[in-house]
Design a binder for this molecule. Structure first.
Ligand SMILES: C[S@@+](CC[C@H](N)C(=O)[O-])C[C@H]1O[C@@H](n2cnc3c(N)ncnc32)[C@H](O)[C@@H]1O
Length: 185
């Protein structure tokens, strides 16, 4: 993937609809982490909605928005920079490939009790699921296991033919999710 190109094509797009929807479930909008933030389309929206905004990505192709603390890091070295009221990971975690589960465990740890996770995952029927693709695809039972510590407040399985950001038609198989971490007993 040419991520610089992707970032330039998306940097002026509005925030993802589910990111905005997920904010409705945040009780205390103190801190948020945008994982693999790309062109900062969601991070930018977080400015003015949260007090502290953190973003990470292995590529920095444009200046981070004012008010966003950016850390340039790869998934293989990912360590959460704190504890968050919301973690947002849009079209992000599938690209952690071999590091998918370590990164996911780090994300779970970093979400405060009753904090919110918003993001999406690629299902196994996705058109990019070929033996040489360096992307993580998951089954629904895997998805369910990943969210044991959460209450799912929004879930949608998307199966559709649609264009990529670069304009190529592909089959999308996505699990879209908004989930609230269970409180500690
Ligand atoms: C499909 S883009 C999504 C960007 C943004 N979340 C959005 O929805 O517009 C995937 C992002 O993952 C980042 N990425 C890909 N592989 C990565 C890795 N191994 N470590 C950290 N970031 C990575 C890319 O730089 C890119 O910004």
């Amino acid at each position: 993937m040419n991520w610089k190109n992707y970032i330039n094509l998306t940097k002026n797009k509005p925030p993802h609809e589910n990111t905005v929807k997920g904010f409705d479930y945040v009780k205390t909008p103190n801190s948020v982490l945008d994982v693999a933030a790309g062109g900062f389309r969601d991070s930018k929206w977080f400015v003015g909605h949260f007090k502290h905004i953190y973003a990470m990505d292995m590529v920095l192709a444009i200046e981070p928005p004012i008010g966003v603390s950016f850390r340039k890091t790869e998934f293989k070295d990912f360590k959460s920079p704190g504890h968050f009221d919301m973690v947002n990971a849009q079209y992000a975690l599938p690209f952690a490939e071999d590091y998918f589960y370590p990164v996911w465990r780090e994300i779970i740890k970093s979400i405060k009790p009753e904090g919110v996770f918003v993001g999406n995952f690629f299902g196994i029927k996705d058109g990019w699921n070929t033996p040489d693709s360096k992307i993580k695809f998951i089954t629904k039972p895997e998805f369910d296991r990943m969210f044991r510590d959460f209450n799912i407040v929004y879930f949608e399985e998307v199966k559709k033919e649609d264009k990529t950001i670069s304009g190529f038609l592909k089959f999308w198989h996505l699990y879209e999710v908004i989930a609230v971490k269970k409180p500690v007993n």
